[in-house]
Design a protein around this ligand. Structure first.
Ligand code: GUN
Ligand code: ZN
Length: 363
């Protein structure tokens, strides 16, 4: 099958999976910010970068949109590890210049200079396998000046923008306290020019119908992160609000608010999430979100996300039990029976980047 696409994951949170200190803003303060501060040390970042990439590839994930920490050095280390391992990814330096510990704060001028340097060094690396994504963490942790500078950088260079939106009710209230000029959460990003056809918004749980209409009108995309939403008690995202409007949707593990690197487990969570609000996401739809939908969310569906002539051979090779006899059985197994089957190998552009195959997929 096509490799899985993880549309939202945090590099500096690999070692805090399972920190049950939520909801969101408490969890950020108690668990996330202290851990992310450790990424000032590049040796630590290097160790964790190896773990992150190995765990994603072992789960059959061949492409991902990744938040780094706010440290340029750690971000460079992550790019280097992805370059070495052969994985496909968009990576962003996480931008924060307010409402966070001093150790994580990066003023606008330094943030933009570092982003530009990382972009020069890595954007388009290896024929476009790696790309740089402009990554304001979320509106609370960015001044208006930072949001505007981020939007300019993205539009000048044609880069993906990734951020969080409408994840948690208190977060929504604090967003409008920090940015009282916004009429609603989406408007804070929209007014500075951050919402466009290359914008990937994670969570999108508490958007109003009017905000959804603007997401669709701008051509933005959504990373649906249901496992994370369950773990932090953030709420139930209405995937149909996006799908009915033709908004591309991918699935995000959102480690470490999410507890798993397996996009398969997130397919199961997306099913549960839909049922909780009286909706259904059929396994064939879940499979789409986990592969081609995620690729569309990252803007790479022209080169991967499905098995089609002319696309790169980004593959997950998964052993299904012999009892699985048809497509419906295979989908059920992939989405819901995750402990029975294993990912034998992951390939990017036909090159085996995890596990072993008896045949050469590049031929
Ligand atoms: N909002 C701002 N930062 C984060 C983060 O690291 N994880 C999640 N889930 N939401 C966020
Ligand atoms: Zn996140």
């Amino acid at each position: 099958m096509p490799g899985f696409v993880d549309a939202h994951v945090h590099f500096p949170q690999v070692r805090i999976v399972g920190s049950a200190t939520g909801p969101l803003l408490d969890w950020l303060e108690r668990s996330v910010f202290p851990e992310e501060a450790r990424f000032a040390e590049e040796a630590y970042a290097r160790e964790v970068a190896g773990e992150l990439v190995a765990r994603m590839l072992a789960a059959g994930t061949t492409a991902a949109a990744i938040f780094s920490s706010s440290h340029p050095g750690a971000t460079d280390v992550l790019f280097a590890e992805l370059a070495r391992a052969g994985m496909r990814a968009a990576v962003g330096l996480t931008l924060m210049d307010q409402a966070c510990p001093e150790a994580l704060r990066l003023p606008v001028d330094r943030a933009m200079a570092a982003s530009a340097a990382l972009c020069e060094r890595w954007h388009g690396h290896d024929g476009g396998r790696l790309s740089f994504a402009v990554t304001p963490r979320f509106a609370i942790s960015c001044s208006r000046g930072m949001l505007e500078a981020a939007a300019r950088l993205a539009s000048d260079r044609g880069l993906l923008v990734q951020t969080h939106v409408a994840e948690n009710v208190r977060e929504g209230e604090e967003t409008l306290t920090a940015h009282p000029w916004g009429t609603d959460y989406l408007d804070v990003y929209d007014r500075v020019g951050l919402v466009g056809g290359r914008t990937l918004l994670a969570h999108a749980i508490h958007l109003s119908p009017s905000e959804w209409d603007r997401v669709a009108a701008r051509g933005a995309r959504i990373a649906h992160c249901p496992d994370s939403n369950f773990f932090l008690g953030s709420g139930r995202m209405r995937a149909h609000a996006a799908l009915e409007r033709g908004v591309p949707v991918g699935l995000g593990t959102d480690v470490a608010a999410g507890r798993t690197f397996s996009v398969r487990r997130v397919m199961g969570s997306a099913w549960d999430n839909a049922l909780c609000i009286g909706q259904r996401l059929e396994p064939s739809v879940l499979f789409h979100l986990a592969t081609l939908g995620g690729a569309a969310a990252l803007g790479i569906d022209g080169v991967c996300g499905s098995l089609e002539a002319g696309k790169d051979a980004d593959l997950a090779v998964i052993d299904l039990p012999a009892s699985v006899g048809d497509a419906a059985g295979a989908l059920a197994e992939l989405c819901f029976a995750t402990d029975q089957t294993r990912v034998r190998a992951s390939c990017v552009r036909g090159r085996c980047v995890h596990g072993k195959l008896a045949w050469d997929p590049s031929r």
